[in-house]
Write a protein that binds this ligand. Structure first.
Ligand code: SAM
Length: 238
């Protein structure tokens, strides 16, 4: 295991930025975060090998725009951008986590990552070709998964956010890719098929294989009006 700069002795060489960023072990990679945030990793942030596999499933071409729905401190986005040629945007409702993610990206000069502080309900899905979800909304219904007390959690929000994501994914073009890690996958509409799994089926790649039902098309303009742009370099404070 690598030692962080605060753990190493004056005579030893600390891990370089690139050693930390490219580490394949979670206990090493998580040293890029403040200690309290790194400690949450085992339960709340995707493991390094899962991030790498998911990013490869999603960023199939250079520049593929991938959205991490509820990015936490940015672990998936950072690993995705350093292990593929995709462009990764993370949206995170907790200001503290979004700022940590932005600091990591800035400090380690990670290319092709944008971190947005905001709610998934305010993001324009049409700016992306691929999506990643690791249990973003479950803490609303499973109190044991509560990360902190910075945001209000309630079962009604689980339904509201899940339905919102499902409706946005329904309107996406054919061949849109989504990867889910764990969770009940209720966000995935029926027109998507699970085409690949990994990590004993905890990681699932979904691809939109069937056209959206007719009723979907009339509603998309109203949603576009309330979305916030999160294009390259866009940092938004909610
Ligand atoms: C289980 S963590 C996953 C973090 C990251 N995607 C990863 O895989 O390492 C889920 C995150 O989603 C965020 N989240 C939950 N609901 C959200 C919403 N409506 N909008 C934006 N972020 C949300 C939570 O604050 C939390 O940081």
């Amino acid at each position: 295991m690598l030692k962080s700069s605060s753990q190493r002795t004056s005579s030893s060489r600390g891990p370089s930025d690139s050693e930390l960023l490219n580490s394949k072990k979670d206990q090493d990679f998580d040293l890029i975060f403040p200690e309290a945030i790194g400690r949450l990793s085992i339960c709340h942030w995707s493991p390094v090998n899962v991030c790498r596999t998911a990013a490869q499933m999603l960023a199939v071409e250079p520049g593929t725009r991938v959205l991490d729905i509820g990015c936490g401190p940015g672990k998936f986005c950072v690993i995705g951008a350093t292990s593929t040629q995709g462009h990764f945007t993370g949206v995170e409702q907790r200001g503290k986590l979004a700022r940590i993610a932005q600091d990591v990206v800035r400090k380690h000069r990670v290319p092709r990552v944008d971190i947005v502080h905001g709610n998934i309900q305010d993001v324009n899905f049409r700016e992306f070709e691929a999506f990643y979800l690791f249990n973003p909304f479950e803490e609303n219904v499973l109190p044991a998964l509560r990360i902190d007390y910075d945001v209000e959690l309630k079962p009604k929000l689980y339904t509201e956010y899940t339905v919102h994501v499902q409706q946005q994914l329904l309107r996406m073009p054919m061949a849109t890719r989504v990867v889910t890690y764990c969770g009940d996958c209720l966000e995935i509409p029926d027109c998507y098929a699970c085409v690949k799994t990994a990590f004993t089926e905890k990681l699932k790649l979904w691809v939109k294989k069937h056209p959206s039902p007719d009723y979907v098309h009339g509603a998309s303009l109203a949603d576009a009006d309330r979305s916030i742009p999160v294009g390259v370099g866009g940092l938004i404070s909610a």
